[in-house]
Design a binder for this molecule. Structure first.
Ligand code: 5GP
Ligand code: MN
Length: 316
């Protein structure tokens, strides 16, 4: 399955590993696990990650990433967890500097890219795919730090093994990661059982700002950049509020809208199950999955809000 990818890696020296912008646990877990393996193989490998949430700072060797690509050309780009090459955390000119591209993803992909493409949307996460990939590439030499990274990716992308992308096969991969020594207690403690006070205050603000529409089927909350900034929270740390809205009983559609430091407005949407929220996101120039999708508002806030609520009303 991965012979050709292994050959490309063997023939490459300078390798950049990149996932999507606003990296989540899966983006971070899958890129760093592959990075650790490539370093062990003696490659000139780098993870590119311009920004990330401080929540992940406890992860092993996470500070070894670079912010951008500053070479004129490089042998290989390994792209993970990004169904679209325009969402990768590098600008197009750096993408174009790669001589070869390996793409690994678990989303339903409409525009695959690269010289070696492996997409499996029956897998929970890019990290689950990266595990199978690394077993092959390293001849079964996955180490503890790689396992901790991969565990982080699988645990976060499955919502702590709650979502319906969690399969028996996922759990078998997780069992193997624990056998290797993945530090699941640390990861769970830091990610699921720890919250900065400022972030908990953002949860309070988000709940406080809720507006309900369509018989409470739509829960909508907008937190302005000023409100987020006043709490001392960065753009990366201001996400993750949408799930709180979705978990409110009776909610079919949850929308969390936040102002960002660059003046843009980010919309994050979650479905209770019945409605495909990606349809709305695509209508406004974004994308995502049936249950989680988003976009950046192109209109001024009040106009954008009105259009969005109307579009959701038509779906509900
Ligand atoms: P979140 O609400 O966590 O920011 O994003 C949920 C999902 O929606 C992401 O995993 C991604 O697939 C998709 N998504 C969010 N924002 C955008 C966007 O601006 N463009 C596209 N194409 N997809 C997005
Ligand atoms: Mn993912």
């Amino acid at each position: 399955m991965f012979e050709q990818a292994k050959k490309i890696i063997e023939e490459s020296n300078t390798i950049y590993i990149v996932a999507h912008v606003n990296p989540d646990g899966d983006a971070i877990g899958s890129t760093f696990a592959i990075y650790f393996a490539l370093k062990k193989m003696g490659k000139d490998a780098h993870v590119v990650m311009p920004d990330h949430s401080t929540v992940f700072n406890f992860l092993p060797r996470i500070d070894e990433h670079v912010k951008s690509i500053d070479v004129r050309s490089y042998d290989l780009l390994i792209a993970l967890d990004s169904s679209d090459n325009t969402r990768l955390a590098i600008p197009k000119e750096d993408y174009d500097k790669a001589k070869k591209i390996i793409m690994l993803d678990h989303h339903q992909v409409t525009n695959p890219y690269g010289d070696f493409i492996h997409i499996d949307d029956t897998r929970s996460s890019a990290s689950e795919i990266a595990y199978i990939f690394l077993k092959y590439i390293t001849d079964n030499n996955i180490d503890k730090d790689m396992a901790t990274m991969l565990y982080t990716g699988i645990m976060t992308d499955t919502g702590c093994f709650n979502y319906n992308n969690t399969s028996a096969r996922t759990m078998r991969v997780v069992a193997e990661l624990l056998d290797i020594g993945a530090d699941n207690f640390l990861v769970n403690k830091k990610i699921n059982d720890t919250i900065q006070e400022s972030k908990l205050r953002l949860v309070a603000k988000t709940i406080d700002n809720i507006e309900s529409f369509y018989d409470n089927k739509l829960k909508y909350s907008y937190v302005s950049y000023e409100e987020i900034h006043a709490l001392g929270i960065s753009d990366e740390d201001a996400e993750g509020m949408t799930n709180y809205l979705r978990s409110i009983a009776g909610t079919e559609f949850a929308v969390y809208v936040r102002g960002k430091s660059d003046g843009s407005i980010k919309v994050s949407m979650r479905s209770g199950g019945r409605i495909d929220v990606s349809k709305v996101a695509i209508e406004f120039g974004g994308g995502g999955h049936p249950r989680a999708a988003g976009y950046t508002m192109q209109d001024p806030y009040e106009i954008g809000k009105e259009k969005l609520i109307k579009a959701i009303g038509e779906m509900i």
